[in-house]
Design a protein around this ligand. Structure first.
Ligand code: MLC
Ligand code: AMP
Length: 496
């Protein structure tokens, strides 16, 4: 019998000795480590009954809940491919993900049942609410059948996470069980997790950061997780004194610093604050240290590769840098000029390619097999990396990626719009604010609100431009290309 290399099997081997230790402490319920396998076996049985098999896709758009975590673990147990979606995605966005991933089962929030029924065959749609409700959970509670853990190889795909591209539609990054396992194995050691750690979890669970980095580290080291529905400053301040680790995006740290109740005393039990998904300003790093005595540990990653680099746990955590490549990850600068180049990486964490898009996959790799991250970086003599720019036209707002091309295409489709440029400019809360600069056709009198209304049903709210400007022309270079750098300079102060 071949060895089971599934991530679930690895977790199981590590958690079985902790028995009744508290795993998830969530708003509506708690689960013990000993609850995980019996419950996942039931969830697996419900999914099997609904026609899900190994390698089937399970498309999930649910509010954050402990049961959603168990659903994810049950997919790993079954060998089904978990496809989580941002809860903010609109019907037209979800319809694309449905068509592209061809799931055997969709699990959605009860409030979105009609929307999913309009997209999928009703038989394929089940609901899971955040308060142990929905027909999916009803079935889990009533079923008395359990199913064996599927035999999985390290190369099998565990999850598909959609990531937009600078051109075209979103691409599904396929992450294998081995990709995920290699990352958590390294991170739990590097960040010195111990069984006594308590993770305060406030991130969404449809992205690498909240789903893989945070939850996997906790499961790997059998930690208790205080599980918040979302990031809310007051709730975080209330629960920090009984936590030891917090992972956040820079916006979370900016918001904590804005709260007078957030003090050194609040952090007395804390061992580690981690930041990533967007650049942490040196100013935030310094203010945080002054207020709490803690140096935030910044790391860098992306959907296609999980975590890639990290500042050291014991050594110097340097503001404005993302540290060193993780053990096992090779990193180099491509097309280096003046000490800067696009970071290219190779390692067991790098994904298996984009779902059913072999050409797009090939475009993102060098001929010798390095993945081209699109992040312009510099590397000092010791190998410490700083992200200094982006070769890709991307905006990161509050840790969420927004691809200007997608928004520009939708704006350009609006009757009366001649052309548009969408840019990110400094925003005190979100890091970058999505901003649209629009040129109308002659003699057209659309206003900013008309544009916002047209976009409302087409894209998630976090992608909506926070400000819209109607202008008579866009700056272009001699080749006719829109000069976004010039626009970014011109609009640099609009959110200050
Ligand atoms: C919410 N809104 C945003 C936004 N989040 N707008 C811009 N950017 C964002 N990130 C909008 C909503 O649509 C809404 O608009 C209004 O702000 C208030 O919504 P909210 O739900 O109350 O927002 P809030 O809870 O305050 O959320 C903000 C946030 C959240 C920063 C806490 O976005 C968040 O938790 N972000 C983390 C994202 C994350 O996990 N990224 C990891 C990606 S993985 P309106 O118009 O309706 O009022 C990755 C790899 C790696 O990148 O390296 O980790
Ligand atoms: P995503 O595709 O959502 O996973 O976003 C990945 C992108 O987020 C990376 O390519 C970087 O551009 C950015 N990113 C993640 N972590 C950091 C960081 N610590 N500093 C700067 N950018 C980051």
């Amino acid at each position: 019998m071949p060895e089971n290399k599934g991530l679930y099997q690895h977790f199981l081997a590590r958690i079985k000795h902790v028995g009744d230790k508290l795993f998830l402490n969530a708003a509506y319920t708690t689960y013990l480590y000993s609850d995980i396998d019996p419950l996942c076996a039931k969830i697996q049985a419900v999914m099997s009954g609904a026609g899900v098999q190994k390698a089937s896709r399970v498309l999930v758009q649910v509010e954050k809940s402990a049961e959603a975590v168990l659903l994810y673990l049950a997919c790993l147990r079954l060998g089904a491919i978990f496809v989580p979606l941002n809860t903010g995605y609109t019907q037209s966005e979800v319809a694309y993900f449905f068509e592209n991933s061809e799931p055997d089962l969709c699990v959605c929030d009860p409030a979105k049942k009609n929307m999913f029924n309009a997209i999928a065959d009703k038989k394929q749609v089940m609901t899971l609410g955040k308060n142990q409700d929905g027909d999916f959970w009803d079935q889990v509670q009533s079923i008395n059948r359990e199913v064996d853990i599927a035999l999985i190889s390290g190369n099998d795909v565990a999850a598909i996470l959609y990531t937009s591209g600078t051109t075209g539609r979103s691409k599904g990054a396929m992450l294998s069980h081995e990709n995920l396992k290699s990352n958590v194995e390294v991170l739990s050691t590097l960040w010195q997790w111990t069984e006594d750690d308590v993770l305060l979890h406030t991130l969404p669970i449809f992205h690498v950061h909240g789903l893989f980095v945070a939850l996997h580290c906790a499961l790997w080291t059998t930690n208790t997780v205080i599980f918040h529905e979302k990031f809310n400053v007051k709730d975080v301040v209330a629960d920090l004194p009984r936590s030891t680790v917090l992972m956040g995006v820079p916006t979370h740290y900016v918001r904590l610093l804005d709260d007078e109740g957030f003090t050194q005393e609040t952090c007395k039990n804390m061992r580690l604050f981690l930041s990533g998904s967007a650049p942490l300003l040196s100013e935030t790093f310094k203010q945080f240290e002054e207020r709490t005595g803690h140096k935030i540990l910044e790391r860098y990653g992306m959907t296609e590769a999980g975590m890639i680099t990290s500042n050291p746990y014991a050594g110097d955590r340097v503001a404005g840098t993302v540290g060193f490549p993780l053990p096992g990850v090779e990193a180099r600068l491509g097309n280096e000029q003046d000490g800067k180049g696009v970071l290219e990486i190779k390692g067991p964490n790098v994904f298996k390619g984009y779902w059913r898009m072999p050409e797009k996959t090939a475009e993102e790799f060098t001929s010798d097999g390095y993945f081209i991250t699109g992040d312009i970086s510099s590397m000092d003599a010791d190998g410490r990396i700083s992200i200094v720019g982006r070769a890709k036209d991307l905006i990161i707002s509050g840790g969420l990626n927004v691809y200007p091309k997608e928004i520009e295409s939708l704006i350009d489709e609006i009757e009366g719009v001649n052309e548009s440029a969408v840019i990110g400019v400094p925003h005190p809360d979100f890091g970058e604010g999505v901003t649209a600069i629009i040129v109308l056709d002659e003699n057209v009198t659309l206003c900013e609100i008309d544009i916002s209304i047209s976009l409302k049903d087409k894209i998630a709210a976090f992608k909506q431009p926070k400000k819209i400007f109607i202008v008579s022309s866009l700056p272009r270079n001699t080749m006719g290309k829109v000069q976004k750098n010039q626009l970014r300079k011109q609009y640099a102060d609009i959110y200050k």
